[in-house]
Design a protein around this ligand. Sequence first.
Ligand code: ATP
Length: 197
Amino acid sequence: MRIGILGGTFDPPHVGHLALGEAAIAQFELDELLIIPANRNPIKSIKTVTPAKHRLGMVEALVNGRPNMAYSDLEITRGGQSFTVDTLAEMQMVRPAEYWFIMGADSLRNFSEWKSPHRLVRMCRIAVAIRPPLIVSDVLVKLPEEFKDNVDVISMPPSDVSSTEIRNRLHNGQNINSWITPEVQQYIETHKLYRNV
Ligand code: ATP
């Protein structure tokens, strides 16, 4: 069994996340891509984060009906800061499998500052994709040598989409239709999210 885990804040989830997940599924022949919204991201803290139940609801709307994609509330249920190493340990215990932890190049930049990175790479492979303006090789040259053998590069066309830009656009009343799926857009409208960013 091959499982990919895509962690993040997903505030909101967007088509860049989908493209990243789909590229990973195809490249590593994953049986499943599991999207796990963080309860609290220890590294990337944005000032006001949308409540976890809504970020989870939006992720559910994103994956609904997509074969090979699922989501989990494991980090939200665990509470506190969401450390990837704890999540992988839990997953390996309840569902032993070959795991890839998937991310954009921006997330790999500070990998050595993550909690227990050496333990983490014993439990999964790290899969990293281009995240404009960062290209993977720029990040890889700065990655400590001991982690390089644990990294797989995902090849995908660059996507400029980011949750920050979506929140800004919503705040300014600009169009974001091509950046999120209709289902996520519907969820945002139903729950009146991002009205006062
Ligand atoms: P924000 O703009 O608030 O920082 P984000 O768009 O980066 O958010 P996250 O939920 O933090 O969204 O991202 C989860 C993971 O998906 C991260 O590893 C991030 O690098 C990756 N990712 C997000 N958007 C893209 C994209 N357009 N291309 C490649 N990777 C992406």
